[in-house]
Design a protein. Structure first.
Length: 324
């Protein structure tokens, strides 16, 4: 038997966020483009925080991890959403299943609500919700009187699009474990470019693609300027020429001429990687100088992967030069 869904139905998506959104309980209209969603939010107190028994007025400051309370959320979209439509497939985190388009759409409205609430309240500690934060949810179509099931509601308890298997207890191979012990024992310096690159990947998980681009480009520039310094010195290129080239790269992202000059006679990197790195620098400049916001997720992840390749390529030259 085929269930017929009335055309006047709304789509309802109910879930809990693991952290509180610092606004009064209530219903808020959120507009994106021509679409308007209604988001109802209600704060719930956790009964116990660590060893502290809580009451309804207890709230930890800057509670981004929801230790003292969390928010229950009801998102209502005034149209029928197709829950079978597949969303984007992550490139950086390639082991995960493709996202569900309906959940992505809900998350977009939710994060617009969170971002605006953070801006107005000036509660700077609030972070956007991640796709992975929507662990358990209920969905249905609603015409004002009756509920109708959706395809996604059948998968409610599976969470198969975010699960991954891991060994427990957590294991590291001997090389990694040795590196960890030695780094801790000897107070080894941590490579800032690697930290920034990891931060950029984490920003992608949080759907903050502006931050992802900014941090990945800073990581690239750190290594690129080290490379220019070491290779330029080896090839006896004047400091004035190198400084002028560094300035040009920062402004235009055009790394090709200098890169080819400094790697003449050496293994060359793909033009596609260079193009993506240049694109990342240009987007970073637009974000910083023009407040650019329309950042495409797939393009961002491709550019971060290209930057990671470029950094590894440049670091080989730096390492070889330092050994000489």
């Amino acid at each position: 038997m085929v269930l017929i869904i009335p055309n006047n139905c709304h789509t309802v998506f109910i879930f809990n966020l693991p952290f509180p959104v610092p606004v009064p309980d209530g219903i808020y209209e959120v507009k994106i483009g021509a679409k308007i969603a209604k988001i109802a939010i209600k704060r719930f107190q956790r009964m116990k925080t660590e060893n502290i028994l809580s009451n309804k007025n207890f709230q930890i400051k800057f509670d981004k991890y929801g230790k003292s309370s969390y928010s229950a959320v009801n998102v209502r979209l005034p149209w029928i959403v197709n829950f079978e439509e597949q969303g984007r497939k992550q490139i950086i985190h390639s082991s995960t299943q493709p996202y569900n388009k309906a959940k992505e759409r809900v998350l977009r409205f939710l994060n617009r609500f969170i971002e605006t609430s953070r801006y107005v309240t000036e509660e700077f500690w609030v972070e956007p919700a991640r796709y992975q934060d929507l662990l358990s949810y209920e969905t249905f179509y609603y015409d004002g009187k009756n509920r109708y099931p959706t395809k996604l509601s059948e998968k409610k308890s599976e969470n198969n699009e975010i699960e991954s298997k891991m060994e427990y207890p957590i294991k590291l191979n001997d090389e990694k474990l040795g590196q960890l012990y030695n780094s801790l024992k000897n107070e080894s310096e941590l490579d800032p470019s690697k930290i920034l690159l990891m931060n950029s990947k984490d920003a992608c998980l949080q759907e903050d693609f502006r931050l992802a681009i900014i941090q990945s480009v800073i990581a690239l520039e750190i290594v690129l300027y080290q490379f220019i310094k070491y290779r330029g010195k080896k090839l006896k290129i004047s400091t004035k020429t190198l400084n002028s080239s560094i300035k040009e790269i920062g402004l235009t992202g055009n790394i090709l001429p200098l890169l080819r000059m400094l790697t003449v006679g050496q293994e060359q990197i793909d033009n596609e990687i260079i193009r993506d790195c240049k694109g990342a620098i240009k987007i970073r400049n637009k974000i910083i100088h023009q407040g650019f916001r329309d950042i495409h997720s797939t393009d961002t992840e491709n550019r971060i992967i290209a930057i990671e390749y470029m950094i590894k390529y440049l670091q080989k030259f730096i390492l070889n030069t330092q050994k000489m």
